[in-house]
Design a protein around this ligand. Structure first.
Ligand code: IPD
Ligand code: CA
Length: 438
C-alpha cells in the first residue's frame, strides 16, 4: 500500500494536506490489510483515528462481495470492537510515528477536519461524519461504512432522477388506475413500472440487500436488522392522477430498522431532498443550488401550537374510530382558543407524507401529525427530518420513540428541544386518552 491507496480518489488527494499524508508511514499502511481515509472539507482542526478489530479475517469471497462495487480495501466481516480517538494534528503525527501495527486491526479509519466546517456548504459533502466510530461499528456488521453512505446516496439520487423522468413522461389519465382498498386508494401503471425499475437497479447494484416497496409489499412482510431498501415509487398517487404537482419518489436504506440514507425527489418541482446519517440533510433545487436543511440556519422560536403551520393528511379510511379521531383533532387544532381549540396558524394537506416530512425538515411547515401511513411513505423523510435537527415522536400520546413500521408519526421541525417537546405534549394533551389503532 502507498499514498495512492490511502487517498483513494483525486478529490481526497487534493484535499488531504501533506502533513496528514506524510504522517501515515508506509510501514503503518503496509501492515494493515485495510486502511480507509476521509477528509472533512474545510479548515483542518482535528483528526479522528478509528481502529476496528475483527473476530475473524475476511474471506476472499466475502471481501469480493463488497469490493465489486465500492472499495478495494473494505472488509465485509463484522467488526466486534472499535476504538476512536480524536487528536490534534501534532498528536496525530506523533501517534502515527510511534504506532505499532497490530495484526488485529482489520482496518483503520483516518480523518481530519471538523463537521461544523460544512454547515454552510453549497453542495452536499462527499464524506463527513460526526461520530464515525459508533456508526461504523453498526454498519461494519453488514459490510458497510460511513464512507459508503454518500456513494449509496448518489446512486439513490440517480435512481430518483430516472424515476422522476418516468413520472414526467407518463400520462396518468391514460394509465390504468386501479383501486386498492377503496376509491381513494389508487395505483397506476406508472407506480408499478417505477417500482420495477427501482427494484431492478437496486438489486443489480446491491444484490445482498433486502427490498420492501409499496407495490410489491405482501401482508406480513417485516423489516429485519439487515440492510433493506424501503421505497415508495410514487408517494402522492392521487396528486399524480389529478396532475397536482406535489408527489415524490421516496428511497431509503434502513439498517437495524433505522434509516441511514434517504432521498425524496419531486420531479414536478425539481426538489431533491437527501440525507445521510450523521452527515446532514440537503435540498437541491431545480436551478442546481444546494441548501443545508433547515433552510433557516437559526430556526424561529416555536412557543406553542398557536404559532404553528401543521401538516395533516386525511388518508383513505373515511369512517370508524381512526377517522373520528383524525377529524376531531383536526377540528380542535383549527378552532379558536375561546372554543377550546389550539388556533394553529392553519393546516395543510399536501397529499404526500414523504414531502410533508421534507417540508418539516426544511422548516416551511412546523410539524406533521399522521397515523395510518406506511413505512415506505416515511422512511426517507424520517432521516431527512432528523438530520435537519427535527424529531419524530408518535402520533399517539406517550411514545417518544416510535418505530418505523408503527404507522404513527409526529414530526417536529428543528427548534430548541424544549420547544419541540412542548409542541408534542400540547397536541398529545388535546388527544386526551384517545389513540389511533393501526
Ligand atoms: C399516500 C400519501 C398521503 C396519505 C395517504 C397515502 P400513496 O401515499 O402518503 O399523504 O394521506 O394515506 O396512501 O398511496 O400516494 O403512496
Ligand atoms: Ca405510493
Amino acid at each position: 500500500m502507498n499514498h495512492s491507496t490511502l487517498c483513494r480518489n483525486s478529490v481526497q488527494e487534493r484535499l488531504a494536506p501533506p502533513w496528514f499524508r506524510d504522517s501515515v508511514s508506509s510501514r503503518f499502511l503496509a501492515q494493515r490489510p485495510f486502511v480507509r481515509s476521509q477528509y472533512f472539507q474545510g479548515r483542518p482542526e482535528s483528526c479522528t483515528l478509528v481502529k476496528y478489530k475483527t473476530t475473524s479475517q475476511p474471506t476472499s469471497n466475502s471481501k469480493q462481495a463488497t469490493t465489486d462495487r465500492h472499495d478495494k480495501e473494505l472488509p465485509l466481516e463484522a467488526s466486534s470492537h472499535a476504538s476512536t480517538s480524536t487528536l490534534s494534528p501534532a498528536s496525530f503525527q506523533s501517534a502515527m510515528a510511534s504506532s505499532v501495527p497490530s495484526s488485529n486491526d482489520s482496518y483503520v479509519d483516518l480523518s481530519y477536519g471538523r463537521s461544523a466546517d460544512v454547515s454552510n456548504a453549497s453542495t452536499a459533502p462527499t464524506s463527513v461524519c460526526a461520530s464515525p466510530g459508533v456508526l461504523n461499528v453498526k454498519l461494519a456488521q453488514y459490510g458497510l461504512t460511513d464512507l459508503m453512505l454518500p456513494i449509496i446516496r448518489d446512486e439513490l439520487v440517480s435512481i430518483a432522477e430516472a424515476a422522476g423522468k418516468m413520472m414526467l413522461d407518463a400520462d396518468p389519465s391514460i394509465d390504468m388506475s386501479d383501486t386498492k382498498n377503496n376509491s381513494s386508494d389508487r395505483v397506476t401503471a406508472t407506480d408499478k413500472a417505477v417500482e420495477n425499475m427501482i427494484q431492478s437497479r437496486l438489486h443489480k447494484a446491491y444484490p445482498q440487500y433486502s427490498f420492501l416497496g409499496e407495490e410489491s409489499f405482501q401482508d406480513g412482510d417485516r423489516l429485519s436488522d439487515r440492510p433493506t431498501w424501503v421505497i415508495d415509487p410514487i408517494d402522492g398517487t392521487l396528486n399524480f392522477i389529478h396532475g397536482f404537482p406535489n408527489n415524490a419518489v421516496s428511497l431509503a436504506l434502513i439498517v437495524e430498522k433505522k434509516p441511514v440514507v434517504g432521498v425524496v425527489f419531486n420531479p414536478f418541482r425539481g426538489d431533491m431532498f437527501t440525507a445521510v446519517k450523521d452527515q446532514g440533510a440537503y435540498l437541491t433545487k431545480a436551478n442546481g443550488t444546494t441548501h443545508r436543511l433547515p433552510l433557516r440556519s437559526v430556526p424561529a422560536p416555536m412557543g406553542s401550537l398557536n404559532d404553528c403551520l401543521l401538516a395533516i393528511e386525511w388518508g383513505n379510511q373515511r369512517q370508524g374510530p381512526n377517522w373520528d379521531l383524525r377529524t376531531s383533532v383536526a377540528m380542535q387544532l383549527m378552532s379558536s382558543k375561546s372554543n377550546g381549540g389550539a388556533m394553529v396558524h392553519s393546516i395543510r394537506s399536501n397529499g404526500s407524507a414523504a414531502l410533508d416530512f421534507c417540508y418539516v425538515a426544511a422548516g416551511s411547515i412546523d410539524a406533521f401529525w399522521e397515523g395510518g401511513v406506511w413505512i415506505w411513505d416515511v422512511a426517507a423523510g424520517w432521516i431527512i427530518l432528523e438530520e435537519a435537527g427535527g424529531i419524530v415522536a408518535s402520533a399517539n400520546p406517550g411514545d417518544w420513540d416510535p418505530t418505523l413500521e408503527g404507522r404513527l408519526y409526529f414530526g417536529v421541525r428543528s427548534a430548541k428541544r424544549t420547544e419541540q417537546e412542548g409542541i408534542v405534549q400540547e397536541l398529545w394533551q388535546l388527544m386526551g386518552d384517545r389513540k389511533f389503532d393501526f
